[in-house]
Design a binder for this molecule. Structure first.
Ligand SMILES: Cc1cc2nc3c(=O)[nH]c(=O)nc-3n(C[C@H](O)[C@H](O)[C@H](O)COP(=O)(O)O)c2cc1C
Length: 307
């Protein structure tokens, strides 16, 4: 149909693509380069804030490092972010480096489609700005999509405190391997944010891809707490040490003892230690990647399974 042919030329690609990936995945690796040095940060970089877009890592990579995303299958450089040192988070005996994103580009689409798609996406973002929960500058949103070239797992975070309980989705999360921390970047307006800073413990449920619909629906709990664990549309099961209700169908449940939290721009950045990890089932986990990444993979017959 002529409509299918013309669609890519008039409609932007989706910014995010929900996909099913069996963890742990090294399909895309991330390398930090600075002053002639380089190190693999696939399991050691995470988003600490969206406004301004901030990347955290355990590595001190100088003032102006570059973060490269490489496709392990084709060894092609998929994208790059140029970073500028923005500060340090010091806690326990470790320091975590914070970097603002100065610029970036991806190579998942060829020119001129790359520029045309970015133009269409930016135009749509500006048009829908008032209703968009991201509320980022289009250039920063494009850079965030590049950070999602390493597909980001989606989890449900459970909070259980006297008088306050909640469960909501997050994907601005991840290990900072060298320092042994696990980080969460939560919008400071989230209703559970002050409670998490006080009780300093959460359970993280790694979600099977098939639960996508339920997970998206739970995003309402970023604004209002959960009334009753039994009102959820799925069974819960208590986590091992803290006894926090977690998703019974989860692939893996980790308990996090929060050791540090601070506001960074629009988000509160939590650092925690994983104090228990239980494997409850096998299967593919819900992840997010950039829409242009999935197009790149489809063209090469190596697409992620879409959900
Ligand atoms: C799959 C998924 C992952 C999310 N991850 C995060 C996250 O890591 N940090 C965060 O602050 N909010 C996260 N959110 C919440 C949204 O960004 C947003 O705050 C929430 O859906 C409320 O949106 P609204 O303010 O537009 O109503 C996530 C939402 C979904 C559906």
């Amino acid at each position: 149909m002529w409509k299918d042919w013309i669609r890519p030329f008039v409609r932007p690609l989706p910014q995010w693509s929900p996909v099913a990936i069996a963890p742990p995945s090294q399909l895309v690796t991330a390398t930090l380069r600075w002053n002639g040095k380089s190190t693999d940060v696939t399991a050691d970089h995470t988003v600490a804030s969206l406004r301004p877009l901030t990347i955290a890592t355990s590595f001190d990579a100088g003032q102006h490092p570059v973060l490269e995303y490489i496709d392990s299958t084709t060894e092609k450089r998929l994208g790059v972010l140029r970073l500028v040192r923005a500060g340090t988070v010091n806690t326990e005996d470790s320091s975590i480096a914070l970097y603002h994103v100065a610029s970036g580009e991806h190579h998942c689409l060829t020119w001129p489609r790359r520029s045309w798609n970015a133009w269409l996406q930016n135009r749509s973002m500006l048009k829908n700005r008032a209703s968009s929960h991201l509320n980022m500058e289009p250039a920063a949103a494009q850079q965030l999509m590049i950070a999602y070239l390493c597909p980001r797992p989606v989890i449900l975070v459970s909070v259980n405190a006297p008088g306050h309980q909640n469960i909501f989705p997050m994907d601005l999360i991840g290990p900072l391997k060298r320092s042994g921390f696990f980080s969460l970047a939560l919008r400071s307006t989230n209703v559970s944010q002050p409670v998490m800073r006080e009780v300093r413990r959460v359970a993280l449920s790694n979600i099977p891809a098939a639960m996508k619909g339920i997970v998206y629906k739970l995003s309402e709990h970023h604004k209002q707490p959960l009334q009753d664990w039994s009102s959820l549309p799925f069974p819960v099961q208590q986590s091992r040490e803290f006894g926090i209700p977690a998703v019974a169908a989860a692939l893996r449940v980790q308990e996090l003892a929060i050791v540090h939290s601070q506001e960074i721009g629009s988000h509160t950045f939590f650092l925690g230690r994983v104090i228990s990890e239980e494997h409850w089932s096998e299967g593919a986990q819900l992840h997010h990647t950039a829409g242009f990444h999935q197009i790149y993979r489809r063209k090469r017959d190596i697409p992620f399974t879409e959900v």
